[in-house]
Design a protein around this ligand. Structure first.
Ligand code: PLP
Length: 393
């Protein structure tokens, strides 16, 4: 119908970005992606914090192949006992606190957040939801409703009612949380806001306020979970445990998945009034669960989570040498390189791409670009790619 792949892509695939990257992908392995011309890119984004263990990790591929030989989809979520689902549930329970031992596997990050909000409403019997300004929780209606970004919301109103927004790191704003609030949903570390870490005092006060008011605390770790910040989960940095945790992205080792995780007691409320309080046909897909289970194994076996701190620091040190860099905000191997200027960011990202290094934007922070390479990247590779990025400033 169209005589080149780019036109087919732009015309027959629904588009929402006016200037997509257009890398024409041939294959990917480890920290690299190759295009159809044979050009190799160092993937410093990892599919936006997805390929934490690199592309096509052999253990993930083996787990997928093993599952392919057994069965694909056999039934909607929660009816049959399936090997890869229970293995993943056990594996997740082994790396999480006891109060987060029951996981419900869904299809994506946004579905995990949708379901987490429903769970909080159902468990508390309350309707009000508290979220955070400048947050990102996903693109479906419920998640968009709690995404603190007017520009992203305005064309899609009406959204969910009874949502109030606190300010990240503003303890006074926590006063809007009351015994009418079902939950607070918050990114443990704000990602798309340009990587904003919580102050210890703020996150401690948030937990305390939720305890005092009987409000469930939901940490959205779709982006910052699974080792990205140099702990398995970002909340481990702050000694604060949520009532519900949501995961996605890196959990699947490259396959699509999401999870909302809570205690057995809280999760149990979805079994009645109404029964089947959250339904998903493909949630817990056996192949995706097999991949996710292998991904958790790899992260347990390797030392990559611990190393994410030193590797992240190394990358920060290399890039800090440029006088163009106004600020680097960093959590483990997740970096926001703030150049204080939107055009400069566009220039640098474009130049990097020409030189075979993939960096990416933040949704709502135009003056910075993000780097979130696979955690498997070596120090030598970080030095090399860091120098290449430096040469693009
Ligand atoms: N929550 C956060 C913090 C995210 O960064 C994202 C995606 O970027 C989501 C939720 C939505 O996840 P998904 O794109 O899998 O629906």
């Amino acid at each position: 119908m169209f005589n080149n792949r780019k036109d087919t892509f732009l015309n027959l695939q629904g588009q929402t970005n006016q200037s997509p990257y257009l890398i024409d992908v041939e294959k990917a392995e480890g920290i690299y992606i190759w295009d159809k011309t044979g050009k190799r890119y160092t993937d410093m984004i990892a599919g936006v914090a997805v390929n934490n263990i690199g592309h096509r990790h052999p253990k993930v591929i083996a787990a997928i192949q093993e599952q392919l030989d057994k069965h694909l989809h056999v039934m909607v979520y929660g009816e049959y006992i399936q090997d890869s689902q229970i293995a993943l549930a056990e594996n997740l329970a082994s790396i999480l606190p006891k109060s987060l031992s029951t996981s419900y596997i869904v299809n994506s990050g946004t579905e995990a957040n949708e379901a987490a909000i429903k769970l909080a409403k159902r468990y508390t019997g309350r309707q009000e939801i508290i979220s955070c300004k400048n947050s990102y929780h996903g693109s479906t209606h419920g998640s968009l409703s709690v995404t603190g970004n007017d520009e992203k919301q305005s064309s899609f109103k009406p959204l969910l009612p009874q949502i109030k927004f606190i300010e990240f790191n503003n303890i006074e704003s926590l006063n809007i949380i009351t015994d009418k609030s079902a939950c607070v949903i918050i990114e443990t570390i704000q990602g798309d806001a340009g990587l904003i870490k919580p102050n210890q005092a703020f996150i401690t006060a948030l937990r305390k306020k939720c305890n005092e008011t009987g409000t469930l605390l939901i940490f959205d770790e779709v982006q910052v979970g699974m080792g990205r910040t140099a702990k398995f989960f970002a909340f481990e940095h702050y000694n604060v445990i949520p009532d519900i945790l949501t995961l996605g992205k890196a959990l699947g080792g490259g396959m699509p998945i999401g999870a909302f995780i809570s205690s057995k007691e809280i999760m149990h409320s979805l079994t009645h009034n109404p029964m089947l309080g959250h339904i998903t046909t493909f949630g817990g897909h056996p192949v995706n669960c097999a991949a996710a289970n292998a991904c958790v194994d790899v992260l347990k076996e390797e030392n990559w989570i611990v190393e994410a701190e030193t590797k992240g620091q190394l990358l920060e040190d290399v890039l800090s040498q440029s006088s163009q860099v106004k600020e680097i905000r960093r959590a483990g191997l997740f970096l926001a390189i703030d150049l204080g200027n939107q055009d400069k960011v566009a220039q640098v990202v474009k130049k990097c791409l020409e030189k075979g290094v993939i960096g990416f934007w933040f949704l709502s922070t135009p003056t910075a670009f993000r780097l979130s390479p696979p955690l498997s990247i070596t120090e030598k590779e970080i030095k090399e790619v860091g120098e290449t990025i430096l040469s693009c400033f």
